[in-house]
Unconditional design. Structure first.
Length: 91
């Protein structure tokens, strides 16, 4: 009877030591921060003409104006890309 009691006590102690040696739980918290570019960079690109040309030569004369407008719009996109790169570098 004493052997059974001693065996039971040893098994009980062994089972309890397994609970005491647990590893800590790692918790990762992710915070999302919504950051938008400055309003100055979000201004829509201007369309230089809102009507179709009335004659063929007028379309030809408009080409430099359209090119200048597209170039300005592309520069604005480049500034937005640079802003994003700068924000990523700040992390």
């Amino acid at each position: 009877m004493l052997k059974i009691l001693a065996s039971s006590l040893v098994l009980l102690l062994l089972s309890l030591t397994g609970c005491a040696a647990s590893t800590p739980e790692v918790v990762t918290k992710v915070d999302y921060i919504n950051i938008t570019p400055p309003a100055l960079l979000l201004v829509p690109c201007k369309v230089p003409f809102d009507k179709a040309p009335e004659f063929y030569g007028e379309a030809y004369l408009r080409d430099p104006v359209w090119k200048q407008s597209l170039d300005q719009c592309n520069k604005q996109l480049d500034r937005i890309k640079q802003w994003v790169n700068d924000k990523q570098a700040d992390k």
